[in-house]
Design a protein around this ligand. Structure first.
Ligand SMILES: [Zn+2]
Length: 206
């Protein structure tokens, strides 16, 4: 597929569609049947939206960075290599002490490749920094709330012996929810997973 159409598909796709793509990329998701996958995706999206709604009620006009500060989270930039194995990092949440780390070298190819018109279609009035901080804020909220982590709500059995099940979580669920959280908190035109379509181009030519 040409780059431009990759971008258009990503930007135009419904959160449910992008969420399902994300879920199906998870190494354990194939163990869930199709209807359970669909329910899991809408559950993750709804969780992110509900968490964003609660935070917006509490901090009406604040930016994600200001909210982070109110919650006692540091936001820092690092020049570290964004690539770990096959994973390209833009940002991450680190729990001890709680902070959000932005990878400047991870974000810069994305910033370069995000033309003005693409930025408007993907981000509306938000910035990339807002989106990545918002995403990591969700991981912080998940880490400190008492609920069962979303990644463990759908636990396929890896191995079953009699009544004993060895179960695994699905990490993609937290990523789907974190994206929905950022979309809702910042009123983005699409689920920020669509940014990956821009990033893939940018990183491939870096
Ligand atoms: Zn994440």
């Amino acid at each position: 597929m040409a780059n431009a159409s990759w971008f258009s598909h990503g930007a135009a796709a419904a959160p449910e569609t992008l969420g399902l793509v994300m879920l199906q990329a998870d190494p354990h998701a194939w163990r869930l049947d199709r209807s359970t996958q669909l329910v899991a995706v809408s559950d993750a999206l709804a969780d992110g939206i509900a968490a964003a709604g609660k935070l917006r009620t509490r901090f009406v006009d604040l930016s994600p960075e200001q909210i982070a500060r109110e919650l006692g989270l540091h936001v820092e930039m690092t020049d570290d290599d964004p690539m770990v194995g096959s994973i390209w990092r833009f940002a991450e949440y680190r729990p001890r002490p709680p902070r959000i780390v932005l990878y400047s070298r991870g974000l810069s190819p994305l910033e370069r490749n995000l033309t003005r018109s693409r930025a408007v279609r993907l981000l509306g009035r938000a910035t990339l920094r807002d989106v990545f901080i918002a995403h990591e804020l969700f991981h912080h909220i998940e880490a400190i709330r008492p609920d069962v982590p979303i990644a463990r709500r759908y636990q396929p059995s890896l191995l079953r012996i009699g009544n004993w099940h060895w179960r695994t979580g699905i990490g993609a669920m937290a990523e789907i929810a974190a994206g929905a959280f950022a979309q809702s908190l910042l009123d983005l035109p699409c689920h920020p997973k669509a940014l990956d379509f821009v990033a893939v181009d940018a990183i491939a030519v870096t």
